[in-house]
Design a protein around this ligand. Structure first.
Ligand code: SF4
Ligand code: MG
Length: 336
């Protein structure tokens, strides 16, 4: 099948004083061969925790996968030992982060860091690995690769560091690349160049990309499909075209309304969603967005909405999509 990675009903919690924070509360997603899937949402929505769970890169003593399955090429990952996981992490699934200075080792030359993974996982000789490292630097757009290999991270600009991190993540020809806010720290021009690099890499290698971002502009630029997360759940999912042109969930609509547009008047203030996300130490019983939702009905505060599917695989977790829900508020108090 063309499904590479399939997550079903993932729940992840963190230990907190007197209880637990339910950071991820039933996330399902599928990543297909050669596509880019974005997970988008505000900070604290559980998107990074979801990504790190796939790699099992969460703090082992304070976090726990409570429930759910993670299948990669048909193989269940949740039960693997740390040693088995390390094999997968270094080769088949790799990850890129926002800040190369903390994700990579600033005391080791970038050449050594690119070569390390391929020597370990592909059993190449040093000279073969060196050749591959040079090719990778060329591919990610770093000139004079031979001499650059001997340099350290601090000798590169922010954008160049992200290119190096991509080279390290891609050198072993992974089938999945997970990128957690890889362009967030960069200015707009450099950001666009890095997104172009992801696309180039995907064209050349067929790698599937899971892009974690808070930025709908990044989603529009790079993703084929998108999962919108709110308070530890996926509230809307589908193709980027479908979700951006016909958003159904009130949260997605709010996010899109607050997205800066290149074609808009600079003077027009952006609409932002009033209120704040709920505390996941004690998540609401019903829809987590109810307190901020202009369409909330009585049922929303009591029962969690299930995901309904519209044509084309467009998923929406909202009572507005559910024929069983009837607006029961007094007339005029909602715009249902
Ligand atoms: Fe709003 Fe209810 Fe839909 Fe939640 S389920 S987004 S509160 S209408
Ligand atoms: Mg994050």
């Amino acid at each position: 099948s063309d499904v590479l990675l399939e997550v079903k009903d993932l729940h992840v919690s963190f230990a907190a004083y007197g209880g637990e924070v339910q950071a991820v509360r039933g996330v399902s997603l599928t990543l297909r061969r050669g596509e880019t899937l974005a997970i988008v949402g505000e900070s604290g929505c559980g998107k990074s925790v979801t990504a790190r769970s796939l790699m099992r890169l969460l703090p082992p003593h304070t976090s726990k996968i409570k429930q759910g399955t993670i299948r990669f090429q048909g193989r269940e990952l949740t039960g693997l030992t740390e040693k088995q996981m390390r094999e997968i992490r270094g080769s088949a699934i790799t990850m890129i982060f926002q800040d190369a200075m903390t994700a990579l080792n600033p005391t080791i030359t970038i050449g050594e860091q690119i070569m390390e993974g391929i020597i370990r996982h592909q059993k190449l000789s040093r000279s073969e690995a060196r050749k591959r490292a040079v090719e990778m630097l060329e591919l990610v757009g770093i000139s004079n690769p031979e001499s650059r290999l001997k340099q350290h991270l601090h000798q590169f600009s922010g954008g160049m560091r992200q290119r190096i991190m991509i080279a390290i993540a891609a050198v072993g020809k992974p089938s999945v690349l997970i990128a957690d806010e890889p362009t967030t720290a960069l200015d707009v021009t450099i950001q666009a160049q890095i997104l172009d690099l992801f696309k180039l890499l995907q064209r050349k290698t067929g790698v599937s990309i899971l892009m974690i971002t808070h930025d709908l502009g990044v989603v529009a630029n790079i993703a084929d499909r998108v999962n919108v997360m709110y308070a530890g759940k996926v509230v809307e999912s589908g193709s980027v075209d479908e979700v951006f042109q016909h958003p159904q969930h009130p949260y997605t609509k709010g996010l899109l309304a607050s997205m800066p547009r290149l074609d808009s008047d600079r003077g027009t203030p952006l609409q932002s969603i009033p209120g704040t996300p709920p505390d996941l130490f004690a998540p609401p019983k019903g829809c987590a967005f109810a307190a901020r939702c202009p369409h909330a009905m009585e049922v929303c505060a009591v029962f969690q909405p299930e995901t309904s599917y519209l044509p084309g695989g467009h998923g929406v977790a909202c009572w507005l999509q559910d024929a069983r829900a009837k607006p029961v508020d007094p007339p005029g108090t909602n715009t249902f």
